[in-house]
Design a protein around this ligand. Structure first.
Ligand SMILES: Cc1cc2nc3c(=O)[nH]c(=O)nc-3n(C[C@H](O)[C@H](O)[C@H](O)COP(=O)(O)OP(=O)(O)OC[C@H]3O[C@@H](n4cnc5c(N)ncnc54)[C@H](O)[C@@H]3O)c2cc1C
Length: 286
């Protein structure tokens, strides 16, 4: 089992991994791509570069530095994180290829994307709208379920939900479907979620679809998706952390854009360093 699994290879994750590795902890960094800076041409306000710096190049330099110091880096997409419900400091991080175990996890996955921005979404969150098939799927056995998503994350949720019911519709919300599914697929945009006490209908541009529950698994899971599934607190689209960068889940830390504040490289690097110092103390006290 690793001491720390860092999810994200941007300024926050790479900076944290460098500090953690130099503290002689056993670190694994998992990243799916170059993050926010991948397509950012000119960085002129980050310290230490005489000429303008390409964002992707800056990220690559950080990762090469981490590798030189001995950090193990894998390029995979994290689809789920499970934590030991009995507080045993064991996190299982599942990617599109592998499964890894860590005593702690640092989320450094950048700013979370907003969820569905449609009427009824907030109102029915927790009243039939769910973010975790494994947590809530059983409640809806033999019922009508909708799943919103278009990629591997959605198909993983679909697999779990298929254990509970056959009556499932997939809503791509007008995004390209990149995985094969053997369920009915609704490809037009969702415009509203309706219900009374609980969710009852998904309204799309071209139709109305009755559901007893709607599971959200859009695109690639972001920090907020992981937080919601594990019960970590979120405030205004940001993960809530204490002054040690730990969430309300013991052993789950977060840093960089996903915790909000100044959305800049300098702050993300600083967050990563602070989180790493706290993680070092935390892991050594376990
Ligand atoms: C257009 C634009 C221009 C900008 N210009 C500047 C600038 O000039 N100067 C400046 O200081 N800041 C700039 N920023 C802000 C800066 O990019 C961010 O503040 C910074 O990148 C945040 O770092 P981070 O490490 O928190 O997240 P990110 O850099 O976004 O890194 C997130 C990491 O998490 C990984 N990840 C996410 N989800 C998963 C998953 N499910 N599985 C595995 N890995 C995952 C990604 O692959 C990536 O490695 C700009 C931002 C934008 C959008």
């Amino acid at each position: 089992m690793r001491d720390v699994i860092v999810i994200g290879g941007g300024p926050a994750g790479a900076s944290a991994a460098i500090y953690l590795q130099r503290s002689k902890l056993d670190v694994l960094l998992i990243m799916k791509d170059h993050g926010t800076l991948e397509k950012t041409g000119h960085i002129d306000n980050y310290w230490g570069f005489e000429s303008t710096m390409d964002g992707k190049e800056l990220v690559e330099k950080g990762l090469l530095q981490a590798k030189r110091l001995g950090v193990t880096i894998v390029e995979e997409e994290v689809l789920d994180i499970e934590n030991d419900m009995f507080g045993g400091h064991k996190f299982t991080v599942k990617t599109d290829k592998e499964s890894y175990e860590g005593k702690t996890v640092l989320l450094a996955t950048g700013q979370s994307k907003p969820n569905l921005r449609v009427k009824g979404f907030k109102e029915f969150t927790g009243k039939g709208i769910s973010f975790c098939a494994i947590c809530d799927g059983f409640i809806y056995r033999n019922k009508k379920i909708g799943v919103v998503g278009n990629k591997k994350f959605m198909s993983e949720e679909l697999d779990t939900l298929s254990n509970f019911t056959d009556d499932i519709k997939v809503f791509t919300n007008a995004n390209e479907l990149t995985v094969d599914v053997d369920k009915e697929v609704v490809t037009d945009k969702i415009t509203e979620i309706q219900g009374d006490e609980v969710v009852k209908k998904v309204i799309t541009e071209n139709g109305e679809h009755e559901v007893d529950a709607l599971f959200i698994a859009m695109g690639t899971p972001s920090a907020n998706d992981f937080a919601l599934r594990m019960g970590a607190m979120i405030d205004k689209n940001n993960i809530v952390v204490d002054d040690k960068f730990m969430t309300n889940i013991p052993g789950l830390f977060a840093a960089g854009d996903c915790v909000g504040g100044l959305l800049q490289i300098a702050k993300a690097v600083s967050d990563g360093a602070h989180a790493a110092l706290s993680l070092n103390k935390y892991v050594r006290a376990l």
